[in-house]
Design a binder for this molecule. Structure first.
Ligand SMILES: Nc1ncnc2c1ncn2[C@@H]1O[C@H](COP(=O)(O)OP(=O)(O)OP(=O)(O)O)[C@@H](O)[C@H]1O
Length: 366
């Protein structure tokens, strides 16, 4: 069991990195607490696998330290780090039985056979592999093979952490949900640190208590699924989490107002003052489609938009509309009247986010 700290970590695959773009991991520090169920979420190429491989010891970071329970482990090879890693594609020995595959990590560390048998049976039972125990791994389906891979990660009870690198990629969609639930149950049962890498927000939020969102080699937010949804710390988190993602408009601040071009956006003085203090021209106002209020007739302070289309998604609708040149997405509930031609939007202040140089500015709402 371990707390994992990444201290001033950075990694470049090039020998002489000269700019931030040369780094797959840009300098970052991060703590994974003992026993947490975490997800590392981000788009392809943002550095998730690189980070995981640095934790497991498959890769040596160019800069910074990896610390397990206050001990720097940079120089320890993977086998001495007590980390189990489950990869995207199953790693099983085809000629061995399922039982022997599951027993392998235990036998490897000299566990007596009297302990191997009950533990393998327990893990097989949890993963619904009991009926396959005597079968050769080569005769299994891709799903079953990946379950064996997971079982090999879970079978040792002395591991510091288990790292899952997109483990459900090859799994049948119907089974994915079941296996995710299973992993969550296992986490609750064994109280082990688990880090689950994925590019899928649904997978991340159904598995993890806390999600680290990665973007361009950095963790830009570490929070609960609700925190990521309600208060994205970075515009990327706003775009990436939610469907559709957060709406953003570029704004500028005068002494009394926030302006989108010539249009004054009705917001409180607190937000205007915060925007003025930021000292940057790169200011954005963000709001999620779910939090925008819509009227079919104009009201005081409403923003007029032209409706592009309305998509019916069964239990709700998504209206696309233009505020000036900015395309906005707004969620409408089934019982809301459908605007035609023009609609009128209101942004509740509680749900507005101000972003300076892409990062959220904290504002006290009185
Ligand atoms: N062995 C390598 N040599 C050089 N560059 C690499 C190597 N592995 C990864 N990279 C680069 O490092 C960056 C991060 O890649 P990484 O595989 O860690 O991202 P990822 O988020 O895991 O993406 P994916 O989900 O596609 O695996 C990418 O720009 C990638 O091209």
């Amino acid at each position: 069991m371990a707390e994992i700290i990444l201290k001033s970590l950075a990694h470049s695959y090039s020998e002489n990195p000269s700019s931030p773009q040369d780094y797959a991991i840009r300098e970052m520090s991060h703590t994974w607490h003992q026993g947490g169920a975490y997800a590392l979420l981000g788009p392809s190429g943002c550095g998730k696998s690189t980070l995981l491989n640095i934790i497991s010891g498959l890769l040596n970071p160019s800069e910074g330290d990896v610390i397990f329970d206050q001990r720097i482990v940079n120089d320890l090879p993977p086998e001495e780090r007590n980390i189990a890693q489950v990869f995207q594609f199953p790693v099983v020995y085809d000629t061995m039985t399922v039982f022997d595959n599951l027993a392998f990590p235990l036998r490897n560390i000299g566990t007596p056979e009297s302990k191997v048998k009950p533990r393998v049976r327990e893990i097989a039972d949890i993963l619904d592999l009991t009926a396959q125990l005597t079968r050769k791994a080569k005769n299994l389906t891709a799903d079953e093979k990946q379950k064996v891979s997971m079982g090999r990660g879970l079978v040792r009870d002395d591991v510091s952490a288990i790292l899952f690198d997109e483990p459900l990629t090859v799994i049948d969609p119907q089974l994915k949900w079941k296996l995710r639930r299973k992993l969550k149950e296992i986490h609750e049962q064994f109280n082990i640190t688990m880090i689950y890498v994925t590019h899928d927000q649904l997978e991340a939020s159904t598995f993890a208590d806390k999600i680290a969102v990665m973007y361009a080699g950095q963790v830009v937010q570490f929070g609960t699924p609700t925190e990521l949804f309600e208060a994205p710390a970075h515009t990327f988190v706003g775009y990436f989490i939610g469907s559709p993602g957060m709406n953003f408009i570029p704004v500028s601040a005068t002494s009394e107002a926030l302006m989108y071009g010539d249009l004054s956006i009705p917001v409180g003085q607190r937000l205007v003052d915060a925007a003025r203090r930021c000292g940057t021209d790169n200011l954005k106002l963000g709001i999620r489609p779910e939090f925008i209020e819509v009227a079919v007739a104009p009201g005081d302070g409403d923003l007029e938009v032209s409706v592009k289309d309305v998509q019916d998604l069964g239990t709700y609708r998504i209206m696309s509309c233009y505020l000036g040149e900015e395309l906005f997405k707004v969620r409408l509930n089934e019982d809301q009247p459908l605007p035609h031609g023009l609609a009128y939007l209101r942004f509740p202040e509680r749900w507005l986010g101000l972003y300076a140089d892409e990062y959220r500015v904290e504002i006290e709402h009185g």
